[in-house]
Design a binder for this molecule. Structure first.
Ligand SMILES: [Zn+2]
Length: 389
């Protein structure tokens, strides 16, 4: 009897342990499952906001989501993710872009179709000879010619757009509260509501084109500034910036502890050897490299070598601007709307990045610190734009 009792006690306790284990497993399992459900819901809302925002102007080929960081608390969830959206412009001709329509409207050329620089000159003169001076006609014609040639590369071409997003949402009864999802997008060195990263209305873009041509007409330059570095190959600079940056999840040296996304394994280490002072501080060095790839020659004031042989103008954002804008006069001020690939963007805090795309609907930059490749940006008051043409 005693023995039998003991045996059943043993069986009982074993069963108890089993039940406990199953309970623990199922709780853990349930939590993991919920996280997956939350992530799916967040992914859906990101897909929706991007699709709704961009599909008026773009065919969206696909959207991929990379979750970098997911923190689930009892009442909310915080997510950092990289969204990659592959798109192609819907318009089949440059002249159908709202921005270009605005440009053409300002100079009475609404039915213009581009053939050549000579034909553009002819058309601009014919439609504006009574209200613009000769030098204005020449500048306008040059600006139209530039835009048509630049924008042609974006027609019938698919490419990637990257968005680094910070998303928060409330959780109630193991469900995401739908209207609590907040999506912030990294806009170079600050975060803005995702809405600000979406294309503007056609009317707003038309206005941007109209205003940019007005700026050309009003500019005091007699001709295009002779000091601008005339051999600058802006496409080579752009390609360099896109080649030597990446979209890492964290820092190669400090993981997630420093809060900087930096992967110096993807840098051009053979031409520009890494040294410690560049850690978390490589934005100007990177833009200088791109400008040099675009043909701007080094000199004693602007050069890169070992730490001792690298000049301040090469690695310091403020000194770089002073050298390019004031000393050499290679740069001139531009606008958010007009600055094209190969141009330079300074944020209000003095961070510098290279502009790698402007199809008049979407603008992108590539940079170091954080390392980014083809991230979309929108204008923020205080951002400054420079071009070399
Ligand atoms: Zn770090």
């Amino acid at each position: 009897m005693i023995r039998r009792f003991k045996t059943s006690k043993k069986i009982m306790s074993t069963m108890l342990v089993l039940v406990l284990l199953i309970t623990v497993f199922s709780i853990v399992h349930a939590k993991a499952d919920n996280t997956k459900i939350y992530k799916d819901e967040i992914e859906q809302s990101v897909r929706k906001v991007l699709t709704d925002g961009f599909s008026e102007y773009y065919k969206i080929n696909n959207i991929k989501i990379r979750f970098d960081d997911v923190v689930v608390n009892n009442q909310n969830i915080e997510v950092n993710l990289l969204a990659t959206m592959n798109t192609a412009l819907k318009v089949k001709k440059v002249s159908e872009l709202p921005y270009v329509k605005g440009m053409l409207k300002r100079i009475n050329l609404s039915d213009f179709s581009y053939e050549s620089k000579a034909k553009t000159d002819e058309a601009v003169v014919k439609a504006n000879k009574n209200n613009l001076k000769n030098e204005q006609l020449a500048k306008v014609s040059k600006a139209i010619d530039f835009k048509f040639n630049d924008l042609q590369q974006y027609i019938n071409k698919s490419d990637d757009n990257f968005f680094y997003l910070k998303i928060t949402a409330d959780i109630s009864n193991d469900k995401i509260v739908q209207n609590s999802i907040k999506i912030l997008a990294e806009n170079i060195d600050s975060f803005v509501p995702i809405k600000q990263m979406l294309p503007k209305t056609s009317l707003e873009m038309e206005k941007e084109g109209f205003n940019d041509i007005q700026l050309v007409i009003d500019s005091k330059e007699k001709q295009y500034l002779p000091n601008l570095y005339s051999n600058y190959d802006r496409i080579a600079a752009r390609d360099y910036a896109n080649k030597w940056s990446s979209n890492p999840t964290s820092c190669k040296d400090h993981g997630t502890t420093c809060g900087i996304r930096q992967d110096r394994d993807k840098w051009n280490n053979s031409d520009y050897p890494y040294y410690n002072e560049l850690c978390h501080a490589d934005c100007a060095d990177f833009v200088s490299q791109a400008l040099h790839a675009g043909g701007i020659p080094m000199d004693s004031t602007w050069k890169r070598g070992t730490p001792a042989n690298t000049s301040v103008a090469w690695v310091n954002t403020h000194s770089l601007k002073k050298y390019m804008l004031t000393t050499k006069k290679y740069w001139k001020s531009s606008t958010y709307a007009s600055a094209a690939a190969g141009g330079i963007l300074y944020t209000s805090s003095g961070h510098v990045v290279l502009i790698v795309k402007n199809d008049t609907v979407t603008r992108q930059y590539s940079s170091h610190t954080n390392d980014t490749k083809k991230h979309n940006y929108s204008n923020i008051n205080g951002y400054k734009y420079y071009v070399l043409w």
